[in-house]
Design a protein around this ligand. Structure first.
Ligand code: LP5
Ligand code: MN
Length: 251
């Protein structure tokens, strides 16, 4: 019998260069997600995604197989795109047994309305990023990109990661956090009393007082040093942490 609870994760950034995160995720899926009614993955599951036709990406397909097993065991799994894996498509979703949700989806969990987002669109002061986002979220841009050879796509992705890391080092940290006015606008737009998002890697429970009402905002952690998840059940929502793993990265 599954536990009546929904789990929320994001920003795992799975890649071959950091296998410990994949091991931690496999542990989480087999021991925690499998015991739960629902799992929501709110973007950036992968470090970058260049198309569902990456036949040789063994790590990704083994993650898909495990997700599929968990889904077949009765845990419903949902995914929404992040800024790293916005090209993840239906073929991978089918293999993984999960359903793709659009960014800004409202779900009803144990009597509460929850608004789910990756969180990047809340960072409205990061004008340069939003320009990049507009380009790469365009359907015809994506069609052209996915028509390129895998090797060329991979080279683009690696360059984009490098440029992004360089640009981030030059940006003021505040710019890369959410814009509170945008958060409040979004909460009012959806009349949702709880917002769950990731992206900023600043896990927290914030409350926002808007027009006399109190709104909750939960920010999910990244998985760089162990990871964690938000659990919501009849009693409410809380952040839970996985034990930190020992890093074997050589410098
Ligand atoms: O991801 P993160 O945490 O480093 O930073 C994000 C924003 N950056 C991005 C870019 C992604 O990391 C790249 C993901 C690769 C996806 C693979 C498929 C598509 C490849 C397409 C290639 C053209 O999202 C960063 C934000 C930060 O979050 C905080 O919110 O600030 O935004 C930027 O840094 C914006 C950059 O200015 C633009 C990004 C790169 C443009 C690169 C073009 C490279 C083309 C190379 C040609 C030879
Ligand atoms: Mn992100």
């Amino acid at each position: 019998m599954k536990k009546k609870r929904a789990l929320f994760i994001s920003d795992l950034h799975l890649s071959d260069s950091d296998p410990q995160i994949t091991i931690q995720f496999e542990y989480f899926l087999s021991n925690i997600a499998k015991e739960s009614d629902q799992l929501y993955i709110l973007g950036d599951l992968f470090d970058y995604w260049i198309g569902d036709d990456q036949r040789e990406n063994e790590m990704a397909w083994s993650v898909a197989r495990l997700l599929n097993q968990v889904s077949k065991s009765g845990t419903q799994i949902f995914f929404l795109h992040g800024n790293r894996d916005f090209l993840l498509g239906k073929a991978f979703a089918v293999k993984s047994g999960f359903q793709i949700l659009k960014d800004e989806t409202v779900v009803q969990i144990y009597g509460k309305s929850l608004l789910l987002m990756h969180g990047d669109t809340l960072c409205t002061d990061d004008i340069e990023y939003l320009k990049f986002r507009n380009i790469v979220r365009d359907e015809s841009w994506q069609r052209d990109f996915l028509a390129k050879e895998l090797k060329e796509r991979e080279d683009f992705a690696l360059s984009a990661r490098q440029v992004s890391n360089h640009n981030k080092s030059q940006k003021n940290a505040d710019i890369m956090d959410v814009n509170v006015k945008e958060v409040e606008k979004t909460l009012i737009k959806y009349r949702s009393c709880q917002l769950i998002h990731g992206h900023t890697h600043k896990p927290a429970h914030h409350t926002h007082k808007i027009n006399g009402g109190l709104f909750n905002r939960y920010v999910l952690p990244d998985w760089d040093t162990g990871g964690g998840y938000l659990v919501c059940d009849r009693t409410g929502c809380r952040l839970e942490w996985l034990s930190p793993y020992t890093r074997f990265k050589s410098n």
